[in-house]
Design a protein around this ligand. Structure first.
Ligand code: PGA
Length: 252
């Protein structure tokens, strides 16, 4: 049985004071949760303070991005070792906003993935199609390419350590969630693709859904057989909604 993950992606929101306030509420209200892995991903400026506040709790901290080198003259970048030093255990890689606005490609995703694994960080790798790609029937082609090229060269035991997030770009921040059936269909197909390369360990790889996940749709999403958790943007910015999402009701 794969342990579900609920991860909050705060994007470019929350100053230091707001970040601490939010995680104080989360740690007070989620301390009893043992069956779900909980992750929050604050902006870089709040990582160390949030990780210190969450130290010894059941909530882990993720970076939202990183560079693949360990150190060097790369102005504006943050290395995997720096994320670890700040208290991160996870890192989001290849989010569609990075692909769309900051030139992230499957090649850079692959380099970052390998660097994250080398540093002992758990990568949450994002894939997903745009509306245009879905309308032209290319969803699986796009997702398959992102997975094959993004994960290229990884040994099965490395693949086992990664988390995949399927986030249809048209569902992110738009209020349009994929229907549970649409999500399940892609999750199942992703499972098949990773089984072809990772073999038996593929069944241990968790696949999260992301894109307008809210308290009112999390239960039905989590009831799908191949949805192992959620990457939550907007609804992770308020304690109440994130807490409800972590406490989803699973009827699998
Ligand atoms: P959303 O964002 O929940 O606000 O749609 C999800 C994401 O971008 O990870």
């Amino acid at each position: 049985m794969r342990k579900p993950i609920i991860a909050g992606n705060w994007k470019m929101y929350k100053n230091l004071g707001e970040a601490i306030e939010l995680v104080r509420q989360l740690k007070e209200n989620l301390a009893d949760v043992v069956s779900v892995e909980i992750v929050v991903s604050p902006p870089f400026t709040a990582l160390a303070a949030v990780a210190a506040e969450l130290s010894g709790t059941n909530i882990s901290v993720a970076g939202q991005n990183m560079y693949w080198e360990e150190a060097g003259a790369f102005t504006g970048e943050v290395s995997p070792l720096m994320l670890k030093d700040a208290g991160c255990t996870h890192v989001i890689i290849g989010h569609s906003e990075r692909r769309q606005f900051f030139g992230e490609t499957d090649t850079t995703v692959n380099k970052k993935l390998k660097a994250a694994l080398k540093a002992g960080l758990t990568p949450i790798v994002c894939v997903g199609e745009t509306l245009e790609e879905r309308e032209f029937g290319g969803t699986m082609k796009v997702v398959e390419k992102q997975i094959r090229e993004g994960l290229e060269g990884l040994a099965p035991q490395e693949m086992e350590k990664i988390v995949i997030a399927y986030e249809p770009v048209w569902a992110i921040g738009t209020g349009k969630t994929a229907t549970p059936q649409q999500a399940e269909e892609v999750h199942e197909a992703i499972g098949t693709i990773i089984a072809q390369t990772a073999g038996g360990v593929a069944r241990n790889i968790r696949i999260l859904y992301g894109g307008s996940v809210k308290p009112d749709n999390i239960d039905v999403l989590m009831s799908q057989p191949n949805i192992d958790g959620a990457l939550v943007g907007g609804a992770s910015l308020q304690a109440e909604s994130f807490i409800r999402i972590v406490r989803f009701k699973n009827s699998k």
